[in-house]
Design a protein around this ligand. Structure first.
Ligand code: WTA
Length: 653
């Protein structure tokens, strides 16, 4: 199938770090022929080592791969110290608050602020190498300082997205065994203050015995409870801290951070990342995929609570010595021109966001970009979910003026950085297609036995060789790590990493991601496990059984659709609105508002096989109002399908 291709702008290509497909192929060939030599070259060129590594890759304990064995470094030296000489007065972070307040933090100021925060954690709270510190923070510069302060001390941070509930926060604190929690009183969103500290208080009410201290950044100065000997004000303590703090010497493989993410089963997984491999790839992808130049200003709209915020707001841009923009608010407040106004004001060169945001901005303000001068933009990025061609075209034409390359970057919390993406100066782009694996990344679409899929057919998206920024393990559960990622596909006799995504390759080798093939739903680019939402809903006293599936949604990509069987089928009927509200309240309490269901339907039963397995494919088809094509004769009660369809009709879903 021949599709329209978009070629990189000539000028952009001429000045790019990777200028054409020949250069791309040369890099890829190099990696294929001499995998370790390829990575050895970049690790030596890019990383400032305290002492060198003795071996590039150790595969002896697969899938627990190790990179840059015995190497010593500190990630904050890579991100800050080494820039001080030449970039001391360069803006490291440009912060814009929800209400328009602004702050520019130079590399020298960043150095001092991170050191002060590190000294505070070390001197006042006794934080040491290997301790876990949970961050429950708004999008303010102190969140970046806190992450980097942990890295300076060798403490392992675990950022929990500010939209998670007290219950979800508690689970993550307990799983990590955190010693300290760093939070803020609250912050501002859409012109109004909102609160975070009360959620921490609630989370710490039961359990969480490991937590000794809570550090509170005062951002909105709202009234909050202070618990003596536990809660301390950052604003008060930080002023007396020295602005020099020795960086801990870390091993390449020491954990840098944990980030909890959803899988298809059970509780969230604490994805553990390493020091050297992670920072290397964060910096390299920053440079290659965004074609970063010395004077560029880069803006990623993600929240630091997700991997995108870790790698492309904090670690990647700072390692590369860039200027990174951090924004507290939402791009639609006070109007749908907010983001474009910021692009104009800060002369942003690379803008990186999620397809959901693009769809919303398109819907609310189709011609809004034309009101601003967006000529500084060179590269536009998307991440988190498949982007649809209409949104892609609007992004390309109205935001990018037909001049910018769009990098549709496919990657995951587990991969640490981009895996499949166009290179802005090289790749002829097909709309809504992630295109090719990056140099050095052996991403392949295969069958479970490792054979390549036929062109146009869906297969498993796998990474068939270990890569430096890969997940090292699931915190506290190495068995689950091996089972979750290395048990679905084998190539050349070796278990390979399976992403959980399906993909299609066309005749020219272009890879298009088709979405998750496991029970993970992607709502507005946020990953959620159906099992997690189901176990939340089961806490409602009237619910006997529940099955959750994703339903395609015009704006959010997918929305949550819950089928509920009540304990007493009489109760609840006729009070559906009330029941829906109650169920969503339970979800908000257990997980957070982001996991609320858009559709909740009470059904007489679920479609189960004779062995009791719920056939989700049938439920997905019913939610989409598609005809049921699969064989339902194997169901314990085939008539249930018609009954569920009727229940949907009655409820108007
Ligand atoms: C999905 C976010 C299509 C995919 C960085 C993946 C994408 C999950 C893309 C990871 C893309 C990410 N096109 N789908 N460009 N990028 N995804 O861990 O299903 O929050 O497995 O990491 O998002 O989500 P996560």
């Amino acid at each position: 199938m021949l599709e329209e291709k978009y070629y990189p702008d000539r000028k952009l290509a001429k000045d790019a770090r990777i200028r054409n497909m020949c250069e791309y192929r040369e890099l890829m060939e190099w990696a294929k022929e001499d995998y370790e030599g390829f990575w050895d070259h970049w690790a030596k060129e890019k990383i400032e080592w305290i002492s060198p590594y003795s071996k590039v890759l150790d595969e002896s304990d697969a899938p627990f791969y190790k990179w840059f064995i015995d190497g010593k470094l500190n990630v904050t030296q890579q991100c800050i110290d080494r820039h001080i000489e030449i970039r001391k007065n360069k803006a490291a972070i440009i912060f814009e608050g929800d209400r328009g307040d602004k702050q520019i933090i130079t590399y020298l100021e960043l150095y001092r602020n991170v050191n002060r925060m590190a000294n505070l954690l070390r001197n006042e709270f006794g934080v040491q190498k290997g301790d876990r510190v949970v961050l429950y923070m708004p999008m303010i510069p102190e969140a970046a300082y806190a992450m980097l302060a942990c890295a300076r001390l060798g403490a392992i941070h675990s950022v929990v997205f500010g939209g998670f509930s007290a219950e979800a926060l508690r689970d993550r604190i307990e799983d990590a065994g955190a010693k300290v929690v760093i939070t803020a009183d609250g912050a501002f969103r859409k012109g109004k203050p909102y609160m975070l500290k009360p959620v921490v208080d609630e989370a710490l009410k039961n359990g969480c015995e490991s937590v000794e201290k809570v550090l509170v950044v005062q951002r909105n100065f709202a009234d909050i409870a202070w618990i003596g000997a536990r809660d301390y004000s950052y604003n008060e303590l930080v002023v007396s801290q020295p602005d020099e703090c020795e960086a801990e010497t870390m091993d390449s493989e020491d954990p840098l951070f944990l980030l909890y993410t959803s899988g298809s089963t059970g509780k969230p997984k604490g994805v553990q990342h390493s020091q050297a491999g992670y920072i290397l790839w964060a910096q390299m992808t920053m440079e290659w995929v965004f074609d970063l130049k010395e004077n560029d200003t880069f803006w990623c709209t993600a929240d630091i609570g997700w991997i995108t915020g870790h790698t492309y707001i904090v670690y990647g841009p700072l390692a590369a010595g860039a200027t990174t923009v951090m924004f507290e608010g939402v791009p639609t407040y006070p109007d749908a021109g907010r983001a474009w106004k910021m692009v104009e004001e800060y002369r942003i060169n690379q803008f990186y966001t999620a397809p959901t945001a693009i769809r919303v901005l398109h819907k609310l303000g189709e011609s809004e970009p034309q009101k601003y001068n967006l000529s500084s933009l060179r590269v536009l990025g998307t991440v988190g979910e498949p982007i649809d061609p209409p949104a892609w075209k609007w992004y390309y034409e109205s935001v990018g003026g037909g001049r910018c390359s769009i990098v549709d970057t496919w990657w995951q919390t587990e991969t640490g950085g981009h895996m499949i993406s166009p290179l802005p100066g090289a790749t002829p782009i097909k709309p809504a297609c992630a295109t090719f694996p990056l140099p050095g990344i052996m991403a392949e679409v295969i069958e479970p036995d490792g054979s390549p899929v036929k062109s146009g057919e869906q297969g498993l998206l796998c990474i068939t060789r270990p890569w430096p920024s890969m997940i090292r393990t699931i915190w506290g559960d190495p068995e689950r790590f091996a089972k979750s990622y290395f048990s679905d596909a084998v190539k050349d006799g070796r278990a390979v990493y399976f992403s959980g995504d399906g993909a299609v390759v066309d005749d020219e080798g272009y890879i298009t991601i088709t979405g998750r093939v496991d029970d993970v739903i992607n709502v507005s680019g946020h990953r959620m496990g159906t099992a997690e939402i189901e176990s939340a809903i089961k806490k409602h006293p009237h619910v006997a059984e529940v099955a959750v599936v994703g339903k395609p949604d015009e704006l959010k990509g997918e929305s949550i659709f819950a089928y509920i069987v009540l304990k007493d089928t009489e109760s609840g009927l006729g009070e559906e609105v009330e029941l829906n509200r109650e169920i969503n309240d339970v979800i908000a309490g257990e997980i957070g508002n982001i996991a609320k269901a858009d559709s909740i339907v009470v059904v007489p039963g679920l479609p189960k096989t004779r062995s009791g397995k719920v056939m989700r494919r049938i439920l997905r088809a019913i939610a989409k109002k598609e005809p049921i094509t699969q064989d339902i004769s194997t169901l314990e009660d085939p008539s249930i399908v018609g009954k569920i369809e009727n229940a949907l009709k009655c409820s108007g879903c």
